[in-house]
Structure formats: structure tokens, C-alpha cells
Design a binder for this molecule. Structure first.
Ligand code: SAH
Ligand code: SF4
Ligand code: F3S
Length: 509
């Protein structure tokens, strides 16, 4: 546990004593990606320790938290609409209102909130989330509004309590921040530099989850395959084969014959000082943990997708066959302007390599339409790559200017009209491709973890196959949390329909 977290646990204890017996409740509204969802789970964990219980009704909450995202402009519009509505709530019920997350790392936003929404009690950023208990304590004691945002490269705080949203599937952060500075993207500015958690902390978290009965985990980070976690002064896994041993006194590198990329540095006395693990090693080690049936990861960057990672996936059936491989654009010119560090051809070669080594792979991607300077020809390159790869899911975004990013300064911005027309053309192609790809599932039997009732049809159950396809089928609630075999009967664009074929007995803990 990090020292700072110990201090925070003391604050949680103090607040818990103040709140005991008061029947207080919290409600968190989370916007953005899984990283924010994980942060919200940590905030919920802290609140539970401080004697707040969860409520699904924001009107019933004594503390209301907005965890914000700023990756695209529409997230701002959404937030301001929502916080405006809380003014009345705060006045009538005395609800504490806090706003946190990525958007709070943007100076112009916090200024706007302070000016236009002065009733907000606490504003905190991504780097001060771990201090939430201290901020809340100070608010309760001094009744003064708190703005706690710092702009730093970032640290890792281990040991915060967490209240997970699900009891079978869990997200496990492996690295924070991003060093890539894609020219359109705000994330590196609001989440700080890349920093990897230590392999011990990650493996211990996954082992704990397995013990608690979790079956699926998703390894999370903005760029998971640039993972470079260091063991702290001892061997994380003594049986791990070595490739290189650095001997600092002689400045020599002694290569070993096997092909993992674990590095072991020795002190002059020959003791192991630290090991740096890459993503391939981490995947292999996580896959050894009993009880975990499916391992997913989000998001890899094509430029860091090594042969070792492909091998680690192909060798481990537990690792999902679904790979999300963000393309962003199919045009080498645009990719260069985006600072993505790969060309159209390199992306296509990588896809070929992955398909050869993992024949049952399913690919999904992210694409931005209307990046500044994107010509009709560039856009057609994107359409061509989409046709060639045969993605089964494509998340399409219209380029959105982010203040402070280089692309926002570009003179050759694309008109809204062209952006929307291109978006529609891409969507049409993607819809047709997805439908075509879905055909191959019909008649197949898929083993899936039953997640719960379908959001769109309360009489149906859903789960996802190893390729992350949503499967909807009839069944009763006692199947939830169990692994079942489903025969696919039809396809419906974004989901597949099926029938329970065989219920693999597994008692949920
Ligand atoms: N680190 C991940 C995802 C980051 S954000 C990755 O690199 O894949 C998720 C997606 O939002 C990105 O993949 C990108 O497609 C989209 N996105 C990011 N900034 C954007 C912007 N300014 N306008 C439109 N889409 C954007
Ligand atoms: Fe943004 Fe690029 Fe980093 Fe992804 S890799 S978070 S798109 S800068
Ligand atoms: Fe949004 Fe922050 Fe995630 S900007 S996409 S919530 S890292």
C-alpha cells in the first residue's frame, strides 16, 4: 500500500465516525471510458468506507459525483446540462455535489465551473482522486468549497478501496497515462505520462479476484502493450525464463536463447535489482491464474503490437480472440498528421500477421472521420482498409477539436457537412461488413458467461462470446453468473440470437 493511501484511510475512518448511523447515500454518474469506470469504482469504495450506501436515484443521494470525460466535445455539453439540474437539489436537500475526472484537468473548464456553477462543493482531478476522502473531510469541517486539481506527470497509488460494479467481470488497470500524443487527442494532457503498475500488484489483484469468484478480467490502459512494469527488488516469478541479463559493471548484455523479453538487471554483487516485464509476459502470467476463464485487454496500440504479444495470445486459449486494434485512419498521410507512427501498409501487415497466427481472431477498431486535412482520397483509403480487414465492430467518431492539441490549430479543418457525409458513408459500409461477418456464427455453439438480463428486452439473457459479440437468448435468472453453451440461431447486426444448448454446472461463489 502506498504511504499516501494510508493517510487517506485515516481520513475515511474519521468521516466514517462522523457519518455512522446517519443512513447517508451516494450516487455517481460516470462518463467516458473504462478507466473512468474503474476510478468511479474506487470512489464508490472510498464512500462505502465512509458510511455512504449506493442509491440509484440521484434525488435520494446525500453526495452526488460526476466523473467526467473530455475526449470529444459532446461530453462537455452533456455535463453542463446535468450539473445545471443539480442546483435545485443542492438548495433543497443540501446534497454535496462533486465533479471529478478528465475534464477537471482542463483549466478553461474548471474556470467555467467556478464562474457559472459556483454551488459545486468539490472539484478534483485525475491526479488527486486518491485524496477524495481528505477533500471531503475538509469540506465537512470547514464548509468551504474545494478545488483540488494538479497538473503533474502522475503517480500510482496502490491500496485504495474499491467497490466493483459486477461480481463476475472485473477491470484491472495495468498502466496509467499515455505518452503517444496523437495530435487529435486530449488524453495525454489530462491523464499524465505512462506509468505501469508493478507485476506483483497486478497479479495479486487478479489472484484476489479469482478467489472471489471472478471469471473474466479486462487488462486496462491507454496503451496496454507499452506496459513496462517493474518488480520491486525481488523476482516476481522465479521460474520466468530470461533473455538478457544486464551486467552494469561490464556494461555487458548476456543474451539467453529463449525468446521472451524479460530483462533482469543485476547489481555488482549479482543480486537481482529489478525486472521489467513487457505486456506479453504479463499476459502469459495472468493466464496462469486458476479460476479466470477469459482475459481481455484494452486498448493496444498497433505500433507496439509485438510478435511476442501475438504469440502470447495464440498460445493461451484463455486470452480472448477479440482484439481491438484502433486504426483511426486508413490513409498514411492522415496517420502521419495524427502522429500515429504506422502506415496503412504496416497496419494491414500487422492484421495479416495476427490473422495467420490466430486464425479465429475477431477484430474491432476505432476510426476518426474528418480529421483536419483529410481529402476524399484519404477517406477512400479508410474505406479500403475497412473492406480489407473485415472488422466485426467499428467505433466511428467524427473528429472533434480539443483545445490544446496540435490538430485543433490546423488551418484545414473539414466542414461539418463533409464530416457528416463521410461518417454516413463509412457507417453504411461498416453495417454491411458486420452483417456479412456475422453469418459465420450461425449454427455455431459458443461458450459464454451469462451477464444478466438484456437491456433492450427484459425477458432475455445476454453474455459475450470470446470475440466480444453480444449474444441474446431465453433463460431464467438462475443462469446469471454461470457459463453456458449457446447455439447461435440468427444475426441482428450488433448482436446474435441463440438457444441454450448445455448448462455447464458451475456454482457461483
Ligand atoms: N488510447 C486508446 C483510446 C483513446 S480515446 C487508443 O489509442 O486507442 C478512444 C477513441 O476516441 C480513440 O481511439 C479515438 O478514435 C477517439 N478520439 C480521441 N480523440 C478524438 C477527437 N478529438 N475527436 C474524435 N474522436 C477522438
Ligand atoms: Fe490518445 Fe493516442 Fe494516447 Fe490513445 S494512444 S490515448 S488516442 S494519445
Ligand atoms: Fe474520456 Fe478520460 Fe477516458 S478523457 S475516454 S474518460 S481517459
Amino acid at each position: 500500500m502506498t504511504e499516501q493511501v494510508k493517510t487517506q484511510l485515516e481520513y475515511m475512518d474519521k468521516i466514517s465516525k462522523i457519518n455512522k448511523g446517519k443512513n447517508l447515500k451516494y450516487h455517481i454518474i460516470t462518463m467516458g471510458c473504462q478507466l473512468n469506470e474503474n476510478d468511479s469504482e474506487k470512489i464508490a469504495g472510498m464512500l462505502m468506507k465512509m458510511q455512504y450506501a449506493e442509491t440509484i436515484d440521484s434525488h435520494d443521494a446525500n453526495i452526488l459525483i460526476f466523473n467526467t470525460c473530455c475526449v470529444r466535445e459532446n461530453s462537455e455539453e452533456k455535463l453542463f446540462g446535468k450539473i445545471g439540474e443539480t442546483k435545485k437539489l443542492r438548495k433543497e436537500k443540501g446534497t454535496i455535489v462533486a465533479i471529478c475526472g478528465c475534464m477537471m484537468q482542463e483549466k478553461h473548464i474548471t474556470e467555467k465551473i467556478k464562474k457559472s456553477y459556483p454551488f459545486i462543493d468539490i472539484i478534483f482531478g485525475t491526479h488527486t482522486l486518491y485524496k477524495f476522502a481528505e477533500d471531503l473531510y475538509n469540506l465537512l469541517q470547514n464548509k468551504k468549497k474545494i478545488v483540488d486539481v494538479i497538473d503533474i506527470d502522475g503517480e500510482i497509488y496502490e491500496g485504495l478501496p474499491i467497490k466493483r460494479n459486477d461480481n463476475k467481470k472485473a477491470n484491472v488497470i495495468i498502466m496509467y497515462g499515455c505518452n503517444n500524443f496523437c495530435s487529435y487527442c486530449i488524453v495525454p494532457y489530462v491523464r499524465g505520462r505512462e506509468r505501469s503498475r508493478s507485476p506483483q500488484d497486478i497479479l495479486n489483484e487478479v489472484r484476489e479476484l479469482a478467489k472471489e469468484g471472478y471469471k473474466e478480467i479486462t487488462l486496462l490502459g491507454q496503451n496496454v502493450n507499452s506496459y513496462a512494469g517493474k518488480c520491486r527488488g525481488e523476482l516476481c516469478s522465479p521460474e520466468m525464463p530470461l533473455r538478457e541479463v544486464f551486467l552494469p559493471q561490464a556494461n555487458a548484455v548476456r543474451p539467453y536463447t529463449d525468446n521472451t523479453s524479460l530483462r533482469l538487471r543485476y547489481s555488482e554483487y549479482g543480486n537481482a535489482l529489478d525486472q521489467t516485464w513487457d505486456f506479453a509476459i504479463l499476459l502469459k502470467e495472468v493466464a496462469k491464474i486458476d479460476g479466470i476463464e477469459t482475459i481481455r485487454f484494452l486498448s493496444p496500440h498497433p505500433k507496439d503490437f509485438t510478435d511476442e504479444v501475438i504469440e502470447a495470445i495464440s498460445e493461451n486459449k484463455k486470452v480472448s480472440r477479440w482484439i481491438h486494434l484502433p486504426l483511426q485512419s486508413g490513409s498514411t498521410n492522415v496517420l502521419k498528421l495524427m502522429n500515429r507512427k504506422y502506415t496503412k501498409e504496416q497496419y494491414l501487415n500487422l492484421v495479416e500477421k495476427i490473422k495467420n497466427k490466430i486464425p479465429d481472431v475477431v477484430l474491432s477498431t476505432d476510426i476518426i472521420v474528418g480529421f483536419p486535412g483529410e481529402t476524399e482520397e484519404d477517406f477512400e483509403d479508410t474505406l479500403e482498409v475497412v473492406k480489407k480487414v473485415g472488422f466485426e465492430q467499428v467505433y466511428m467518431f467524427i473528429y472533434s477539436k480539443r483545445i490544446g492539441t496540435p490538430a485543433a490549430e490546423a488551418q484545414d479543418q473539414i466542414s461539418e457537412d463533409i464530416k457528416h457525409k463521410r461518417f454516413d458513408r463509412l457507417k453504411k459500409l461498416v453495417d454491411a461488413e458486420v452483417q456479412k461477418n456475422n453469418q459465420k456464427y450461425i449454427g455455431k455453439t459458443e461458450k459464454i458467461l451469462v451477464e444478466g438480463f438484456s437491456k433492450n428486452n427484459e425477458n432475455m439473457l445476454t453474455g459475450r462470446n470470446s470475440a466480444n459479440k453480444i449474444i441474446v437468448f431465453e433463460g431464467n435468472s438462475d443462469l446469471i453468473g454461470k457459463t453456458v453453451e449457446i447455439k447461435i440461431t440468427s444475426e441482428h447486426q450488433w448482436y446474435l440470437r441463440g438457444k441454450v444448448e448445455n448448462n455447464i454446472e458451475r456454482t457461483s461463489k
